[in-house]
Design a binder for this molecule. Structure first.
Ligand code: BG6
Ligand code: MG
Length: 216
């Protein structure tokens, strides 16, 4: 590691809270109604992908065209179904190792930002008791160009007052790893090595993560 890390940017879905299964249930309900095949494996490909782009990917498998009005309604319905599930989240849904790592970062004076594609990020952080830890929140409402564009992370670094090389990103999606690398940041992939091999390092989860390796 050439430069010491002074700020950390966390992705939300799949890194701090496991919401992929909730997205899946809501997309599956929509796909079933439209008779579009959609499996958990298909859902994997939507990790890190914006809501609108996810809809387009699913509808591409339908063989028919949808008007902008239809798509708008589908997005509203999907998000309402997703929010019904999200509203059941609580502190027990935070993934293993997350709170310990964040508390260690705070103790060491390392500032943290969120860097998420989700427009529901603030609500999820509030429900799971993580909101108060964050110095800044960059979410899908703030950034136009979605991952793999680097914008979400560059905005985070700017708010933290740091250069990209002073920031470390935690990401579970290939598009997010790409976005962090394009931003010029080190990135820890959280998940499968085979999928996230481009990352600076890959861990299966954040349990026991050793930040000391990055801040010496
Ligand atoms: C990402 C998720 O974090 O946010 C995607 O990995 C999701 O699956 C995207 O589509 C947008 O989320 P939301 O909450 O705005 O629909
Ligand atoms: Mg994610």
């Amino acid at each position: 590691m050439t430069e010491t890390i002074k700020g950390v940017i966390f992705d939300l879905d799949g890194v701090l809270v496991d919401t992929a299964c909730l997205h899946y249930k809501a997309w599956k309900k929509m796909a079933d109604k439209l008779n579009i095949p959609f499996s958990e494996k298909d859902n994997e490909k939507l990790k890190g992908v914006s809501r609108k782009d996810s809809l387009d990917i699913i509808l591409n498998h339908s063989g028919r065209n949808f008007s902008e009005t239809e798509k708008h309604q589908l997005l509203l319905d999907k998000n309402n179904d997703y929010l019904k599930l999200v509203n059941q989240l609580n502190e027990n849904d935070v993934l293993g190792g997350v709170v310990k790592l964040i508390e260690e970062l705070k103790y060491k004076g390392i500032r943290i930002s969120l860097g998420s594609a989700s427009k529901n990020a603030r609500l999820i952080l509030e429900l799971t008791g993580l909101y108060h830890y964050f110095d800044y929140i960059v979410d899908g409402n703030m950034v136009v160009k979605a991952k793999p564009a680097p914008d979400v992370f560059l905005t985070g670094a700017e708010l933290l007052g740091l250069s990209p090389s002073e920031c470390l990103v935690f990401e579970d999606a290939q598009s997010g790893v790409q976005a962090a690398l394009t931003a010029g940041m080190k990135v820890v992939g959280v998940g499968e090595q085979a999928l996230l091999h481009q990352a600076t390092a890959v861990v299966p989860d954040l349990i026991g993560f050793n930040i000391e390796d990055y801040i010496k």
